[in-house]
Structures are given as C-alpha cells and as structure tokens.
Design a protein around this ligand. Structure first.
Ligand code: AHR
Length: 498
C-alpha cells in the first residue's frame, strides 16, 4: 500500500487553539468521587485530591476542563456545593439516578483545576433553572467583591475571583433524555436571554450555545439554525457532541468513523455561516466539540447498576488498541479543522469513558487512548498545515472507499519542529512519502508508534503497560522528502526538527 503526503510550510490552515486538547469532568460515576477526589487515599493532598491522578492529568497537559456536566448540570443547584462541607445537602441526582453528596463543588473544582494546570470551562443549568441562577453563578465566580454573591465567595475563602472565561449555556438541550429538554425555539430564547445577562455581568466571558447532541439527531440542522437565529449576536461558539462504537466489531467501518466526524464539523460550520449570511453579520461563530470519544464498552454493565447509590462505577469503558487508533484519527480531524474548531473536550477525563482509570483506594493508570491524546497535546501545538493526501483506499463492508492514510501536520515555528501524525487504517503495511516543502531541510527527531498490538488489547490495573507507545518507527529523510513505513493498524507521530 502507498500514500503520498504533500506539505508546505506556507500552506497554513490556522493556528491550533490549545483548548482543542480540553477534557471533561462530570459529576457522574467515579469521575469526581474516587477519581479526582478521594480523601483517605494514600496520595490524597490536604484538600482530598488524588495526587496520582493530578500527575497523569499533567502528563496529558489539558488546558481546559468542562465541569460539572453533562446531563448532570441540567438538574444542578450550584449553591449546594459551596460553603462548609457538613452543611452541603445530599440530593437525588436524576440524570444518572444516583445520590450526589456535594462534597465537591465549584470552589473545590476550580482549586483542583489550578493544581492540574487547567482552566475551568463552566456549564450553567438551563434545564431546571435559567438566567437568574446563571448570572448569580457568574457573579460568584468572576465579580471582584462588594456584592452578595462575590462576597459569598470571599466568605467561603476565595478572596480573588476565579475569572472563568468560558461558559456553556446548558447541555444537550435537544435530547429527550435531558432534564427539562427544550425545543429549539424554547432553548434559543433562554440561551439568548441568559447570554445577555452573563455578558452584562462580565463582558469578557465567551459563551457556547448547545448544538445538536449528535449528527444523527432528527432535529440536526434545524436545531442549529433556529438556536442561532435567536442568539447569534450573544454567543461565540456552538457545541458538537459525538461518541462512536464498534458494536458491529468491524474494524474497517469503525476506523471510517472519523470521516463522519469531519462531516459533522463541516456541516455545523456551514450552518453557522448560513445564519451569518442571512443576518448580514460580520461575526463568525466557531465550534466547541465539547464531548467526543468512543463509548460503548460499559453499556451492558451500566444496565445492572443499582440506582440511588453514591459514585457507582458508571460508564467505565475499558479501551483497547483499536479505540486508540480511532481517537488518534479524531484528534487529527480536530487539527485539520483548526480554522473552525477552537475548543474540544475528550469526554471524559477520569474513570467515566476516560483516558485515566483509578481503583478506589488503589492505583491510577493510563488507558490506551491516553497516548494519542498525550502526543497530540504535546506535539500538536503550532499552526495546522494543509495535508494534500493521495492514498490507496480500502473498502468497508458497506462499500465505502476509505483512504488507508489519515494524517495531520503541525508546524511549531518557535521550536522549529514539524510533527506529522498518521494512522494506517489498513491491515497491510503502508509506505508514506512526505514532501516537506519550504522547511529548508529538516532532520528526523523521532518516529513514535503504537503498532503491532492485538486490536482488542487493553491496559488494566494489573497490566497498565500492555499497550504503550514506542520509538520504533521507520522514517528516512532525504532532502525535502521523508519516507515512512507505517505498520498495519498503527498510530504514528513523526517529529522533524532543524
Ligand atoms: O459524557 C457522558 C454524557 O454524554 C454527558 O453527560 C452527556 O452530555 C452526553 O450525552
């Protein structure tokens, strides 16, 4: 199999916004309790946060973390999670049928985020609540002092405002599963009025309106158009969410799903621009892909979980090697769409469909998907370059022609480094010839791979290093050309420098 990739230093798509390497922590399962927070754990710090988990999050280098939901946020009273812990109420949590103890709330989470070198992307409840609570929460978080809610924050021990810049206006409000789901008109109006008040409280905030909760929603397209018709002037981004599965156990179809991921992005960008044109607006709405991942392994186990318990093991997908390949492809898709996707959150971060797993009272380890995310986050910062690809294809069971090579390239001017990310989706080796135009001669730094593993191989507490990257790729550089041997079903990170 063969593919050519033509790159040129001047063919820039856009600077990569580092927030595309964001993630997500919801009050769901063991994401918070037993995940980031476990007082009594041998690594817990003075606030009860697990230091072993913080170290893994830092390894991923996650610049922004969405919080506190997710479906959870649509029934959340943020006031329940502030002030002395002993006074915080235990609540029935309707989104995931659990009991929420509120031991962790907004104050605690922003403190955790600082320790993890991340910013908070806060979501407000537009399910059971509305503009009033949202403006109070923003006042609590960002107003310096001298008002009821800002002084409440100071009384709770936080003299300085949190200065949270990015806010989601609710979550998946189109989904019938959502607490107090809405029609597009209902949501568009409430999003518009909430956004107005929030920008009056703090004009520096950036706001994300809910798009469809998936490309396959029956209201997809109409939802975006109607919502943006209402709130175009007041919001900055629209959200996209998607999760893929390999229930059919068909690797060809599974790895083709990043093409759907790209279609989703292009479609939403086109809808945003059509509303822009209709409104004769100068403003461009960008995209926040604030939930994306593979999710299906845990669905049967979740059916058996007893309702109304505290922090049960929900959505604990154990990821395998093929999941890492698709996650790599989705990361490359985000990079190639850096002109429109300015934020993205791998959903989620710890235990719940996550790159990091923990045992209560025990170990923390990296799942297979941890590694492509870490590579993209470390080496995917700079400007995303156009990738002109000519690749042999394979045919899927449903007859789709899919290029064997999926790739993305990022040039980091400051470091003088070019990184080519590549997945070989074929069951045979692929020779990739890359034209390195305009770089004036580059040398190979390293060719990292994840290759040769059984597609179903996983990392577990007992075998955390079963599927890990190696620096064993084969790339030869000659002048302005590089030739790489990409192994069947492989993830490749090829780094060049001066
Ligand atoms: O990430 C898990 C759930 O998936 C989120 O709570 C929801 O927004 C989505 O449906």
């Amino acid at each position: 199999m063969k593919a050519t990739l033509r790159l040129h230093k001047d063919n820039i798509i856009a600077p990569v916004d580092k927030r595309i390497f964001g993630s997500f922590i919801e009050h769901l399962g063991r994401a918070v309790y037993g995940g980031i927070y476990e007082p009594g754990h041998p690594t817990a710090d003075e606030e009860g946060f697990r230091k072993d988990v913080i170290e893994l999050v830092k390894e991923l280098d996650v610049p922004i973390v969405r919080y506190p939901g997710g479906n959870f946020v649509s029934g959340y009273n943020w006031e329940d999670g502030i002030g002395p812990r002993e006074n915080r109420p235990r609540r029935l949590e309707l989104a995931w049928k659990t009991i929420e103890t509120n031991e962790v709330g907004i104050d605690d989470f922003q403190s955790w985020a600082k320790k993890a070198n991340s910013e908070v992307m806060m979501a407000v409840n537009l399910g059971t609540r509305g503009p009033d609570e949202a403006r109070h929460l923003l006042e609590y978080c960002n107003f310096p002092g001298g008002t009821y809610y800002s002084d409440l924050r100071r009384k709770n021990g936080f003299e300085e405002p949190f200065n949270i810049k990015t806010w989601c206006l609710g979550n998946e409000m189109d989904g019938p599963w959502q607490i107090c789901a809405k029609t597009a008109d209902e949501y568009g109006r409430i999003a518009c009025e909430t956004a107005k008040l929030m920008k009056w409280v703090d004009p520096s905030v950036e706001l994300v309106a809910c798009g469809s909760s998936g490309l396959t929603m029956p209201t997809f397209g109409d939802w975006e158009r109607t919502v943006l018709d209402h709130c175009y002037d007041y919001v900055d981004y629209i959200s996209l969410h998607t999760y893929y599965d390999n229930v059919a156990n068909d690797i060809g179809e599974f790895l083709a799903k990043s093409l759907d991921f790209e279609t989703f992005i292009k479609s939403v960008a086109a809808i945003c621009d059509s509303v822009k044109a209709k409104k004769h607006s100068n403003k461009t709405i960008n995209l926040s892909f604030d939930e994306w991942n593979v999710w299906y392994h845990s669905k049967d186990a979740d059916e058996k979980i007893e309702p109304w318990t505290v922090a049960p093991p929900q959505l604990e997908d154990v990821y395998n090697f093929e999941d890492a390949l698709l996650v790599g492809c989705m990361l490359m898709t985000l990079l190639r769409n850096a002109d429109r996707v300015k934020m993205a959150c791998l959903a989620q971060l710890v235990n719940v469909i996550a790159p990091i797993m923990t045992e209560n009272g025990g170990k923390a380890w990296a799942q297979t998907i941890f590694y492509p995310f870490m590579h993209a986050s470390h080496y995917g910062r700079g400007v995303s370059l156009e990738t002109r690809v000519d690749s042999d294809c394979y045919q899927t069971t449903s007859g789709r022609e899919v290029p064997c090579l999926e790739t993305a390239a990022v040039w980091n001017e400051e470091k003088g480094e070019l990184t080519v990310f590549a997945v070989n989706k074929a069951d045979q080796p692929l020779e990739m010839e890359t034209a390195l135009g305009g770089f004036g001669g580059l040398k190979l730094i390293e060719h990292i791979t994840m290759q040769g593993y059984d597609l179903k191989a996983e990392n577990t507490a007992a075998h955390p290093d079963n599927v890990v990257p190696h620096k064993d790729g084969a790339t030869a550089v000659e002048g302005e050309k590089a030739v790489s041997a990409l192994q069947p079903y492989s993830w490749n990170v090829i780094r060049f420098g001066k």
